[in-house]
Design a protein around this ligand. Structure first.
Ligand SMILES: NC(=O)C1=CN([C@@H]2O[C@H](COP(=O)(O)OP(=O)(O)OC[C@H]3O[C@@H](n4cnc5c(N)ncnc54)[C@H](OP(=O)(O)O)[C@@H]3O)[C@@H](O)[C@H]2O)C=CC1
Ligand SMILES: O=C1OC[C@@H](O)[C@H](O)[C@H]1O
Length: 362
């Protein structure tokens, strides 16, 4: 049976456009027959912007309602679930409003500004009886699933060290100080914007390892802040998982181009290298060791699919809602909570406080 899910889109920025384009791909062309996504409404702070967005991103589809406020989308009875693509520091209030209107929610990463905001949202979602998920799209793509499968076979032995980095040159010297990537009021900086991706690889390779029994790692972090606005331009953090004797060495930067491989998973009997961009990589290599760590076999795996890759997380939302689940088994509330708790600790160790009033729950 096919489930039709009616999405309300909150905001009209860059990533909302990518998400809407992926939703509009005919599911049959990607061999999906149990889920149909319908973009039912788009809400912006300006009606004209919402209308322009529908015109340019959705070919002016007359069935999509344009609203000049987010509240009207939450109130629309023809909307089943809300996608939130606003800047980080608005996620909490936007998600709370959607949840209180009893809508299911898929909220962009990082899911909130801190762990306290997320705890409040999870309590509200439970009270409203709605599904809630952070839009950690990487977790649902075919390549990471294949990497996890290889790790699970045990052929490479235990993972010992994970290196992961996500960097991007945002030309920070020449962009307005109000750009979300460097504005502290919008949660600017490398950690909150890019940090979720090296972290998701550490979570997949180490935290999810059955021997780890979902034990939270300890953390040691360092942040280098830009004089421009005081946000972190470069952040590194090491996670230690004592139960499995493994570490993840993670980093992110907003003032340098990425380098490949973006992720290296070093195991006792081999190494996995994941090509950039690590949030939607299309290829990885596996090296198998013989005696003395000598490489005896190499494999390269390539992936391709229609669209940008955000439809995988959207499918997950619909299937979970259809099956009456409050959270996803792949990227559940525990993982978002771990992420936000670790980021709180990184910011504490790195001396990065958001401006007063930005964090709505502390
Ligand atoms: N999953 C992924 O691959 C990606 C995720 N992201 C995440 O998505 C979120 C948005 O990023 P991105 O799309 O690049 O951001 P943009 O700046 O392009 O868009 C943000 C949108 O949010 C709305 N908005 C509401 N309040 C504000 C405000 N005070 N200042 C600016 N915009 C506001 C605006 O829409 P309107 O005017 O219509 O109300 C705006 O267009 C971030 O949290 C980011 O981490 C970003 C890029 C990639
Ligand atoms: O999620 C993201 O992935 C790609 C980056 O360029 C972007 O800034 C970030 O928000």
């Amino acid at each position: 049976m096919t489930t039709v899910f009616r999405w309300g889109i909150i905001s009209t920025g860059k990533i909302a456009a990518v998400f809407v384009k992926d939703l509009r791909i005919d599911p049959k062309t990607r061999n999906v027959d149990d889920v149909v996504h319908k973009v039912a409404a788009v809400g912006s702070r300006s009606l004209e912007t919402a209308q322009q967005f529908i015109q340019s991103i959705a070919e002016g589809d007359p069935s999509i309602k344009a609203y000049g406020s987010y509240e009207e989308v939450y109130a629309d009875k023809d909307v089943d679930g809300i996608y939130i693509g606003t800047p980080h520091t608005y996620h909490y209030i936007n998600a709370l409003d959607a949840i209180r209107a009893k809508k299911h929610v898929l909220c962009e990463k990082p899911v909130t500004s801190n762990a306290a905001e997320l705890r409040a949202l999870l309590a509200a979602a439970k009270q409203s009886g709605v599904f809630f998920m952070e839009a950690m799209w990487t977790r649902f793509q075919p390549l990471p699933q294949a990497v996890i499968k290889i790790l699970e076979t045990g052929e490479l032995g235990n993972p010992v060290v994970v290196h992961a980095d996500l960097s991007g040159d945002f030309n920070i010297q020449n962009i307005p100080k109000t750009h979300r990537i460097i504005d502290p009021a919008l949660g600017g900086g490398a950690l909150l914007d890019l940090g979720p991706y090296p972290l998701v690889w550490a979570i997949m390779a180490l935290y999810e390892n059955p021997r780890n029994e979902l034990a939270a790692p300890s953390i040691s972090a360092s942040m280098l802040k830009t004089e421009l606005t005081g946000v972190d331009a470069n952040t590194s953090f090491t996670l230690t998982f004592p139960k499995i004797s493994a570490q993840a060495i993670l980093s992110c930067s907003i003032n340098i181009h990425p380098t490949s491989p973006g992720v290296t998973i070093r195991c006792e009997k081999g190494t996995i290298r994941v090509a950039v961009p690590i949030y939607c990589s299309k290829s990885f290599q596996v090296e198998y060791f013989g005696e003395q760590g000598k490489v005896v076999r190499k494999e390269e795996k390539m992936f391709d699919y229609i669209g940008h890759g955000m439809h995988f997380e959207a499918d997950e939302v619909v299937r979970c809602v259809r099956d009456g689940k409050a959270e996803s088994a792949l990227w559940g509330h525990d993982k978002s909570l771990l992420e936000m708790s670790l980021f709180d600790e990184v910011r504490k160790q790195g001396g990065y406080s958001l401006p007063p009033g930005v964090e709505k729950v502390v």
